[in-house]
Design a protein around this ligand. Structure first.
Ligand code: PMP
Length: 475
């Protein structure tokens, strides 16, 4: 039994943990957010910094007033801080702000020089955002996952050797958003570099949980590119970043051009700006960048080692306690002693209960937010569920016909640095109830979405937050 108390208490530093939410039976309970792999709530420090900054917010770079100068300095500082957060060398590397990890990876897919016969090696474990952007640009090879969901590194070695001389880039996630498995990114980097390739780490899921260190360029295990999202690291203000060598971005025009991307324009010619301006087209999201930087500073100050240790304890505790739930099937690692091999993402199913239904009951009757389905990683989820081709083909046909009711999937519980054993206890209690079929609601299946919703229940959203809408006539 794992009894050590959590080592880190971040609860007072997170916005909204005191908020109660309505349940189906009319009660209100404090919300338990176990969907942090999707998005985390904001840090109090982030919200305060945004409030402090807003009165001075103004356009950046070309404004001449005090507020513009101040905003420009804050925006430039945000670049530096994010660079430091991932251990980038400011002399050689640039930090490009954009919307999120998806945009960052798409940007790299357009900006990275790829010969027509170039190979990009990625893996079966990826989020679609680190797979689909590569497909139109190169010959994409997916390294297999082992039956337990870990990366098949022998297959990685084989693929690297098979495509020797053509591999331009290895694109891997730092940690899986489905199983939580942490990839051996530095070892893969060494192998990629030895093969003459560079490596991109999709750190969307790694950066909130573990220290990301790109390491110096002359270290054979350095990371060439890192992509990350602020909304997964307690700063949900619409920003993400791509970090990589400046020189890569200085050769070609950007994929988006326009204001801010140029030094000089004549009617016939364009002189592109340097990094990162060339790659941050239009007016940037200054507030988002400031928020992301503050979150990074808090995480650095708290220490990613402390975050990791806290989380390891919580994962071990959860895996131990999940054994008390009848009919549970955990995917990926289920041994508490191996909790350190993953970030706090635990996918599971309950025997005989649709993942959609389990997730709905957790939400409507337990006040617990999770996620269910395939988590934007269809190939990996199909692999973990061990579906054969005939089963996969059947549900694909059904889904294409507009019926998601049999969509395979899992329920995913995922932690933030503030999650604690009370959150886990609430989850276990509800899962035990669901396993006993001890729940109150009558749920109707929406075949189009696959989701379940309780009958005769209207959520009192307006009691909490809703935007005011104008009547159609403008009144
Ligand atoms: N990669 C991984 C591993 C992720 O978990 C996610 C988000 N679930 C993404 C990429 C995409 O991130 P975003 O939605 O912020 O672009």
């Amino acid at each position: 039994m794992i009894t050590a108390p959590p080592m880190l208490d971040m609860r007072s530093r997170i916005v909204g943990l005191d908020r109660e939410v309505p349940l189906l039976d009319g009660r209100r309970v404090p919300y338990v957010n176990l969907d942090n792999a999707a998005s985390t709530p904001p840090l109090v420090d982030v919200l305060r910094a945004v409030e402090a900054f807003m009165p001075y917010y103004s356009s950046v770079h070309r404004g001449t007033g005090f507020k513009s100068r101040l905003s420009t300095v804050a925006y430039d500082q945000a670049h530096e801080i994010i660079g430091r957060f991932v251990g980038a060398d400011p002399r050689t590397h640039t930090v490009i702000f954009g919307k999120n990890t998806t945009e960052a990876i798409n940007k790299l897919a357009y900006r990275y020089p790829l010969e027509p016969d170039a190979v990009v090696i990625t893996t079966q474990l990826e989020h679609h955002s680190n797979d689909l952007p590569w497909r139109p640009q190169a010959h994409v090879v997916h390294v297999h996952a082992l039956p337990d969901g870990r990366l098949d590194e022998d297959d990685f070695d084989r693929q690297l050797a098979r495509h020797a001389g053509r591999v331009a880039l290895v694109a891997v996630s730092g940690a899986s958003n489905v199983s939580g498995f942490i990839q051996p990114i530095h070892r893969l980097a060494r192998k990629a570099h030895a093969a003459g390739a560079r490596i991109l780490v999709d750190a969307a899921q790694l950066a909130p949980h573990r220290r990301v260190d790109m390491r110096p360029d002359d270290d054979p295990e350095h990371l060439d590119f890192v992509a990350l999202s602020a909304h997964k690291m307690y700063a949900p203000f619409g920003t993400g970043a791509l970090v990589g060598p400046k020189e890569v971005f200085l050769h070609q025009p950007p994929e988006y051009s326009g204001g801010g991307t140029v030094d000089i324009v004549t009617l016939d010619e364009v002189y592109w700006a340097g990094a990162p301006d060339r790659d941050e087209a239009g007016s940037p999201n200054v507030v988002g960048a400031v928020a992301m930087a503050v979150a990074a500073q808090v995480l650095m100050e708290v220490g990613m080692e402390a975050v990791a240790a806290h989380e390891e304890h919580l994962i071990a505790y959860t895996l131990e306690r999940l054994r008390e739930v009848p009919g549970i099937r955990i995917y990926g690692e289920s041994d508490p002693a191996r909790a350190h091999e993953k970030v706090g993402v635990i996918p599971f199913n309950l025997d005989g209960v649709s993942h959609f239904l389990a997730a709905a009951i957790l939400g409507y009757e337990g006040g617990i937010g999770v996620r269910s389905g395939c988590f934007c990683a269809h190939p990996y989820v199909v692999h973990l569920l061990q579906l054969d081709e005939a089963q996969s083909a059947r549900w694909r046909r059904q889904m294409l016909a507009g019926d998601k009711s049999d969509m395979p999937g899992m329920v995913r519980a995922s932690f933030g640095c503030y999650s604690n054993t009370d959150d886990v206890d609430r989850l276990i209690e509800m899962l035990q109830r669901i396993a006993r079929h001890d729940y109150r609601g009558e749920y109707a299946l929406d075949r189009k979405t696959g989701e379940y919703h309780p009958l005769n229940f209207e959520e009192p959203l307006a009691d909490y937050f809703l935007l005011k809408t104008l009547a159609r006539n403008g009144g």
